[in-house]
Design a protein around this ligand. Structure first.
Ligand code: GLY
Length: 677
């Protein structure tokens, strides 16, 4: 076991280091685990302290930002004292020019001054001719972000905070709703309390809705002959304040560099500067302040903002009382560093909760009551028949008068429930959430199918892939058991990491005891065939970690046996490649697997029609998993219903026992065995 301090901070960026310094200065022993300080957003940031110029509307977020801005002078002077490094704090004010005349000047939080065309051009010489007015925010300002990064590091060293640089966190181990240790590339770390401050990468460790928002930037150097660099000479053409125009800002540093930012792109963690984005950014900057077109370019760079769906940070408790979240600061990480450090140190060290914190809780994203999908909610009335509201496709569905798949018929009472791990299920159909044309169609289809287990691709939820937004709210997780799957993982290591995330995702949905994982290790993108060796390796590890493992495999009886022997809860052989709709091409091997298995056999992948679902069940499969054939059907809701019915029919037929196949005819009205009068 590695260090065992009171406080362990995961993440060594602006937020992680600010928290470490604050807590250490209050007397706590602190360890910071940092993968690579160079990746931190602080290196890319412009360092604006701009709650007003950012246009944050009045409310808790603006309050938080304004409070942090007011902490800045004292916070920095303490930091500079400890670090013996200057941060070039410059409360220079921010000017926010506009190009369109504004008829109604909106009231901005004070102090804010509206400047008309003459006034703004008088206030700042050299603005573009298109500027027709703008706001002056005298209390916004800037800090040199790179100088701040150096100061944070110097302070950390001076305070002898234990920083482990170059250490990658592999998992946050938990038991009974407490973090037990942090698993890392350098071994396990333990502490009394843990803080997650991992920026844009946070959802690689916990299923939090945090996405990278890429920003590309550049710096030019002001021409010494044409520009007066003295901060006191505001009458000259020199830039003595930040300009915050539409989609562009220009931040002059005291030492002559001018930082120009920034794009805002949803491209994941794609690295690099791109000509098109840089060209557009430069064009906007030149429109705002034309003289920069002549200044020599010094540098291009990019970074990733940690963004949440509402662009507010996540601050405060997690589902484990000994883990606090300090992530998702979006465009405002540098601005919010002091207030984040102060409020969370108060919370963790003194159990003092500032009323503002409640607005930044992670629970705001996981509270079903907040869902906008409420209007199209699918209801299961008490009689268990399936009713779907607000759905045109349900007109077609309503004409299907067949028995509801959920309805229990007397003949089914001979069946036993499907038991996987420690759980029982009445339905033997599992479905998925991918490929639907709309969330409403997905909701309705899942209800119509009568299934009780729905598999969810953890990585697609993580990346907010189309169709995977709002899943928490879309389904009733009190009735549906979530089966997190590791789709998209090419190696055993990746699958193990994603399985752990899936377990956290289930907890967030209220399924505390859900340790299920549908294990997919698929290196082959064309046929999506699973890797048997990687699957076995990952299964062994996940079983050891207490997961209920449902591995997706080729229909290989030997592999099925090995997986059963290592403790898998089911085996899931494929009928044919995923999404191919080719039906059960591997019937002979699946039959052998069924004959030998002591765990449930779930036929997964390839089923295209209800008759094929019934075929799998008639063969003696314990369940089937069907996604594409439902989601991509012309009428998914009706197809879901048909699949549900076929699964029941196939199961009943299997239990009923089919007649033997004979080579000769046998009359339907035999002369023997009839009841005589
Ligand atoms: N804070 C400005 C930006 O994120 O671009």
């Amino acid at each position: 076991m590695n260090s065992s301090s009171e406080i362990l901070i995961i993440g060594g960026g602006t937020i992680g280091l600010s928290l470490a310094i604050e807590m250490k200065m209050r007397g706590a022993s602190v360890t910071v685990i940092s993968r690579d300080f160079k990746e931190a957003a602080i290196h890319a940031a412009a360092g604006m302290l701009a709650p007003q110029a950012e246009g944050i509307p009045p409310g808790p977020m603006l309050d938080l930002c304004l409070r942090s801005r007011s902490l800045y002078p004292d916070w920095l002077s303490k930091l500079e004292q400890v670090a013996a490094v200057s941060t070039d704090y410059w409360p220079c004010g921010i000017l926010a020019p506009v190009y369109e005349p504004i008829s109604d000047i909106p009231p901005a939080s004070p102090p804010a001054i509206w400047l008309d065309r003459d006034a703004i051009h008088q206030h700042q010489r050299g603005l573009g001719a298109d500027v027709v007015g703008g706001w002056w925010f005298p209390e916004d300002g800037q800090v040199d972000s790179r100088a701040l990064a150096k100061a944070l590091w110097a302070a950390v060293r001076e305070l002898k905070i234990d920083v482990r640089e170059g250490v990658t966190v592999e998992a946050i181990a938990q038991q009974n709703q407490r973090v037990t240790c942090i698993r890392t590339s350098a071994g396990d770390f333990q502490a009394q309390h843990y803080i997650l401050a991992t920026g844009a990468w946070s959802n690689q460790l916990l299923p939090l809705p945090i996405y990278p928002k890429k920003g590309q930037m550049l710096a030019v150097r002001a021409h010494p002959s044409s520009v007066e660099l003295s901060p006191t000479n505001s009458q000259s053409g020199s830039l003595q304040r930040v300009l915050f125009g539409p989609d562009t800002y220009i931040v002059p540093r005291r030492h002559g560099q001018i930082v120009i930012g920034a794009t805002s792109e949803d491209v994941g963690f794609t690295p690099g500067n791109t000509p098109a984005e840089m060209q557009a950014l430069l064009a906007r900057a030149i429109r705002l302040y034309p003289q920069i077109q002549h200044y020599p370019i010094q540098e291009f760079w990019w970074g990733f903002r940690p963004t949440t769906p509402d662009e507010w940070p996540i601050l405060g408790p997690s589902s484990c009382p000994n883990l606090t979240l300090a992530v998702g600061h979006h465009r405002n990480g540098i601005l919010l560093a002091p207030i984040t450090a102060v409020l969370l140190a108060d919370l963790i060290l003194q159990q003092k909760t500032d009323p503002l914190l409640e607005h930044f809780s992670a629970s705001r994203f996981f509270n079903r009551q907040n869902s906008q999908t409420k209007q199209t909610v699918v209801c299961l009335p008490a009689d268990n028949s399936t009713t779907i509201k607000n759905s045109p496709s349900m007109l077609a569905y309503a004409t299907l008068q067949a028995t509801s798949a959920r309805e229990t018929s007397p003949s089914l009472s001979v069946d036993t429930p499907l038991i996987i791990g420690k759980r029982q299920f009445n339905s033997r159909l599992m479905t998925g959430t991918g490929k639907y044309r709309s969330i409403a169609e997905m909701q309705q289809s899942i209800i119509a199918s009568g299934c009780e287990i729905v598999t969810v691709a953890v990585r697609r939820v993580q990346t907010n892939a189309p169709g995977h937004q709002g899943l928490a709210e879309a389904l009733d997780w009190k009735k549906i058991w979530m089966l997190p799957n590791t789709a998209g993982c090419q190696t055993a290591e990746e699958a193990i990491r994603v399985a752990r995330l899936g377990r956290e995702m289930a907890k967030i949905l209220g399924q505390e005891d859900n340790n299920f994982v549908k294990l997919e290790v698929i290196p082959d993108p064309k046929y999506l065939l699973p890797d048997p060796i990687g699957t076995l390796q990952a299964a062994e590890q996940l079983v050891k970690e207490g997961f209920t493992v449902l591995p997706y495999i080729n229909a290989d009886p030997m592999l099925a046996k090995r997986l059963e022997e290592v403790g898998c809860a089911t085996v899931m052989p494929l009928g044919s490649p995923i999404g191919s709709g080719q039906g059960i091409k591997t019937a002979a091997n699946i039959q052998i697997i069924i004959e030998n298995a002591k765990v449930p056999v779930v036929v997964d992948a390839g089923i295209g029609t209800p008759s094929e679902a019934a075929q799998a069940m008639e063969m003696g499969a314990d369940a089937v998993l069907i996604n594409s054939a439902i989601a991509l059907a012309k009428n998914p809701v009706a197809m879901a219903k048909a699949m549900g019915m076929a699964t029941i029919a196939g199961r009943l037929a299997y239990l009923a026992g089919r007649i033997p196949v004979k080579s000769t005819a046998s009359a339907s009205s035999p002369l023997t065995g009839i009841i005589s009068q």
